[in-house]
Design a binder for this molecule. Structure first.
Ligand SMILES: Cc1cc2nc3c(=O)[nH]c(=O)nc-3n(C[C@H](O)[C@H](O)[C@H](O)COP(=O)(O)OP(=O)(O)OC[C@H]3O[C@@H](n4cnc5c(N)ncnc54)[C@H](O)[C@@H]3O)c2cc1C
Length: 438
């Protein structure tokens, strides 16, 4: 049977769909999405499979590196030098600084073009606002959140609002925790249109409601009623799921002062925005997207990689010249923690991990060194090919990216997006080289 690029072909004998492509991306977290963005920009035909992972939990901030050698980093680029000295095996230590910058630049430009505006990565970290009223270092933020970060720096007179019935975000708590560094903050609570009873409200539902102009108008009137002499207004991240920058601009026009979003507790709108935007934009760019499904089996054959999966229409096979494994860690199912150790879930690729289960955690939960199990992951060579038991690449055609990679503790080091975006860039570059060589 002949196969066409990215096009399903009917196999008359069986109830299966077959796709053929140059690159198959396994995983739809930040690393998988970034890999598809980089592949499409190189003109590589691409298929992507994955269900909701950690992306729906993120704040929306893209951290490059926020913490290294016991210090919070104002300059993440200098931080990368410190990291290279202290952790030469860390995935970010193995990628040239110029390439990391190019990866962030290309990814944030692509997101902005697809409809979710992001700030360009600069020379310094932002100290971005968290729902608890603290700050965290990060490199790139959604445009809808930038003016709050700037307002804190100049102690602007700012009103933070929360919404009756919203769990996990309190304007009073935010103001109480932030007031020492931002004295001109105040808090107010208001009700969302048609939710005045005080019943529970959800960020995603409110975000979708604010895409409707009449809801925006009614909500803006309620903000104006509590505005007082505030120069800016901060609010939970609910400014639309699709085209948030439009909703942001329109709300600002109606209220008459700059507004900004503050991330809420997960699952949160900024991650849902990214996921839905990719799900809409990628197929329009020619990518074969299989959302909300997992690859059940992956086979490495001479000259090709075969992916086997099943969706609600039945069995599906993706035949690809190359593949990138970007399946995440425990939360997304890329790694499984079992009684005898940590296992890579799809292919049983060896996992770098503590010698025994007894060594997974340190005694003190808050030990500043972190817990060894959080550095578990797949080892790769300089071309980001996962290594097998003999220390050699499992295949010339299989690459790995994202937090599946070993030797990093992204939570503690504030480098989640950095590892995902930069390693995806390198994995795609290596896949592109192989495709060119053939
Ligand atoms: C609560 C929370 C808050 C965060 N906040 C931030 C932040 O502020 N800044 C920041 O930079 N980062 C943050 N992150 C981290 C960020 O989300 C991760 O760094 C990033 O998502 C890692 O991307 P990844 O693609 O490597 O893995 P994941 O996002 O975990 O994605 C893995 C993907 O692989 C898929 N998958 C697994 N197995 C298969 C299979 N067999 N077949 C197909 N697909 C499969 C999963 O469904 C998932 O889609 C946060 C994460 C969490 C959980």
């Amino acid at each position: 049977m002949s196969l066409k690029k990215g096009v399903p072909t009917a196999d008359m004998g069986r109830d299966e769909r077959h796709y053929s492509t140059e690159l198959a991306v396994i995983g739809s977290g930040l690393a998988g999405f970034a890999a598809s963005v980089f592949a499409l920009s190189r003109g590589i035909t691409c298929a992507q499979v994955g269900n909701t992972g950690a992306v729906a939990y993120t704040t929306g901030y893209f951290d490059l590196l926020g913490y290294c050698q016991d210090q919070w980093l104002d300059d993440p680029w200098r931080g990368l030098e410190l990291l290279r000295e202290s952790e030469p095996h860390h995935p970010l230590s193995r990628i040239d600084r110029k390439e990391i910058r190019a990866a962030f630049d290309q990814f944030t430009v692509a997101l902005t073009e697809m409809g979710v505006g992001y700030t360009a990565p600069a020379d310094r970290n932002h100290f971005a606002l968290t729902p608890a009223g603290t700050v965290k270092p990060t490199l790139s933020v959604p445009e809808t959140m930038l003016s709050g970060i700037e307002a804190r720096k100049v102690n602007a007179r700012t009103l933070v609002i929360d919404i009756l019935g919203l769990q996990g975000f309190s304007a009073k708590e935010f103001v109480a925790n932030m007031r020492s560094s931002w004295p001109q903050l105040s808090a107010a609570k208001l009700s969302f249109p048609d939710m005045e009873s005080g019943g529970q409200v959800f960020p995603e539902v409110m975000a979708r409601a604010l895409e409707v102009s009449s809801n925006r108008e009614r909500f803006a009137e309620r903000i104006k009623a509590v505005l007082g002499d505030a120069q800016l207004v901060g609010m939970p991240a609910i400014m639309g799921v699709h085209h948030p920058d439009r909703v942001h601009a329109e709300l600002q026009r109606l209220v008459g002062v700059p507004l900004f979003e503050i991330p809420t507790m997960p699952p949160a709108v900024p991650g849902i925005r990214l996921r839905e935007m990719f799900e809409q934009a990628f197929p329009a760019k020619g990518l074969t997207l299989v959302p909300q499904q997992k690859v059940k089996r992956l086979e490495l054959e001479a000259g090709r990689v075969m992916l086997y999966l099943r969706d609600s229409f039945g069995e599906m096979v993706i035949e690809s010249k190359t593949a990138i494994l970007a399946t995440g860690r425990f939360l997304s199912g890329g790694l499984k923690a079992e009684r005898v150790g940590v296992r890579e879930a799809l292919m049983g690729i060896p996992v770098i991990q503590p010698g025994s289960r007894a060594d997974w955690y340190r005694q003190d939960y808050f030990d500043p060194l972190g817990h060894p199990v959080n550095r578990s992951g797949v080892e790769v060579d300089s071309r980001f090919r996962p290594l097998g038991p003999d220390g050699e690449p499992v295949s010339d055609r299989l690459f790995a990216a994202g937090i599946l990679l070993a030797h990093q503790d992204w939570v503690r080091q504030r480098c989640g997006a950095g590892v995902a975006i930069a390693s995806a860039y390198k994995a795609v570059e290596a896949a592109a080289r192989l495709l060119q060589e053939q």
